[in-house]
Design a protein around this ligand. Sequence first.
Ligand SMILES: *Cc1c(COP(=O)(O)O)cnc(C)c1O
Length: 367
Amino acid sequence: MREFTMRPEVLELDPYKPGLSIEQIKEKYGLTNIIKLASNENPLGASPIVQKTIERHASGVFRYPQNHSPRLTKAISRQIDVPEENIVVGNGSDEIIDMLIRVKCRPGQDNILCYNHSFSMYKLTARVCGVEYREVERNEGYQLPLDKLAEAADENTALVFITSPDNPTGQAASVEDISVLAGVLPENCLLVVDEAYIDFVWPPESYTPVQAFDKFSNLVVLRTFSKAYGLAGLRLGYGIMPASVAGYLKRARIPFTVNTLAEEAGIAALADEDFYNTTLEVVMRGREFLATELSRLGCEVLPSQANFLMFQPPMPAQRLFKELLKRGVIVRPLASFGLGKHIRVNMGTDKENEQFIKILSEVLAGE
Ligand SMILES: *Cc1c(COP(=O)(O)O)cnc(C)c1O
């Protein structure tokens, strides 16, 4: 085979290893029923109203969408009370992360800063772009080390990423702590708060800086339709950022990355308050239930503000993962986050949660 030269940053990357699909697991273990609690998806699926909207617009897909999704941008602007000029809609929030790094960071010169055991996309995208990725250690009990990020930022730090509520720990930073960090970062540095799970915090006003977005000059907030809105497969997210930064992202982007059906679905999802509120009820009830039951079964559970819990089981995490898989339950072992003793499980429906606890207690009893 012919060897082609590739960019050195790309040669170093490990290929992404996806888990088995639901179909593959059914076949391998001879199962008919699978409970997937591994990817923080919405336990209720996608809103029926949104599904109808997608069907209704199917005939329109021969047309190009409108670039930058102006109708969805307007709907988001109304919903969060932030001007349209501050909003960039993307193909999942992953696209916004990618655009921010490509547009803001100078390869070989700038760095981005994060804390350890965090969402892999920041590091992956930085590496692909030839931008140095730096990590600080978390504080005691996996607390978000905003103080250490402030200390570690230097004049070449272009972006500081925090995830709040955090994946995989479920911990959330307060608005005060975020404001303090934003206030002390170097002049040229943007603070990016990834709010993929912000819908599940309580009370929201203590955690999201978006309500006071006009008070910040260097803040970027990322949101997604993949979790609370149940649209992970459609790929839709957005960033809220200074208008000048939004302008550069829009100039640099590939056109039409958000497709027609995703834009229509996003508008319909924002309007379907009943589905959204029911989702929050199910998740919050499930969070209480699972936290209590996991502790009762001898797991060390971290308190969570998200739609998942991180816990350390009283047996090796990788073995527990396999035993659960054999019985049709998919959870997320956290070795890839550098947390080899821990597991992340998202809230399912009430029935799925009960089933998960029943199967888990059987596995643990067999130890
Ligand atoms: C799930 C998740 C996202 C969402 O990504 P999309 O590209 O919008 O699906 C973003 N950040 C974190 C930390 C996540 O866990």
